[in-house]
Design a protein around this ligand. Structure first.
Ligand code: B12
Length: 212
């Protein structure tokens, strides 16, 4: 099934920026059998549209915050299905995930964490605005994947600094470094010497599984 109508309703509800309407659209799509991962992808597209409208001055901060709250509440609704479909019989690896220092955007990072967890990874999600040293400490503590999220051009440089510190401390080869967030690209990933660039949570999960 293509779930075209549900996709549009989810995206429209996100752009409407009202939590009850977002929850209603999620429940409806879920009841119609749309898989949780597809619902999340449709909502992410809606959130990107919210971002564009915000940039154009057509939506304001309260709208963005409300859409973000709607996205988070959808993860609560879909959590049980994601957990039920989890491939977590045995761990594929241990991942430290976080949004880099100076950056509080955590919606996309949290979606990636949830999907990685459901794919069988043991995920240590450190949250947002994470001090760089904490990523390093987790890798030293045994994490074999390190996922860093940055949503601003001013904070994406922190990823490079962390990779350089890993090299200086001799731990770079022990870890698969994953980078993502709206301004991050495959070219940037290659430039700073990371291993995986993920444009979406599903792409991130597939690429991480391929390295497990
Ligand atoms: C929501 C939002 C906020 C919310 C954040 C709420 C939250 N809890 O996250 C609030 C309102 C708090 C906020 C604050 C600010 N924001 Co803001 N925000 C956004 C907005 C509109 C959407 C971001 C989002 O959630 N997208 C939806 C998610 C699902 O997508 P995503 O994050 O890209 O994640 C997907 C992929 O990228 C990938 N991914 C994500 N992380 C990772 C990690 C790994 C390892 C991998 C592999 C993949 C991966 O998978 C995800 C899921 O598919 C963007 C606009 C945009 N176009 O991105 C601006 C935007 C990022 N914000 C911006 C700015 C400037 C700010 C503020 C500085 C505003 C201000 N003047 O105060 C502050 C930041 C303060 C700080 N120190 O961080 C700018 C950044 C510009 C720049 N310099 O690059 C943007 C681009 C808007 C703009 N053009 O002005 N913001």
């Amino acid at each position: 099934m293509s779930y075209e109508a549900e996709r549009k309703e989810l995206s429209d509800a996100m752009v409407g920026c009202k939590v009850p309407a977002i929850q209603a659209a999620v429940n409806k799509a879920h009841d119609n059998g749309m898989p949780a991962t597809e619902i999340i992808n449709a909502m992410s597209a809606g959130m990107t549209e919210v971002g564009t409208l915000f940039e154009r001055g057509r939506l304001f901060l309260p709208h963005v915050l409300s859409a973000a709250a709607g996205m988070k509440s959808a993860m609560d609704i879909l959590g049980p299905e994601l957990a039920a479909n989890s491939e977590a019989a045995s761990s594929r690896g241990t991942v430290v995930m976080g949004t880099v220092e100076g950056d509080v955007h955590d919606i996309g990072k949290s979606i990636c964490s949830t999907m990685l967890q459901c794919a069988g990874f043991d995920v240590h999600d450190l949250g947002r605005d994470v001090p760089s040293q904490n990523f390093i400490d987790e890798v030293k503590g045994g994490c074999n994947y390190c996922g860093m999220s940055a949503l601003m051009t001013t904070t994406m440089v922190v990823m490079k600094d962390i990779i350089e510190t890993m090299k200086a401390e001799g731990i770079r080869d022990k870890v698969v470094v994953m980078v993502g967030g709206a301004p991050v690209t495959q070219a940037y990933c290659d430039k700073i010497g990371a291993d995986i660039y993920g444009e979406s949570a599903s792409e991130t999960t597939e690429k991480a599984k391929a390295r497990a």
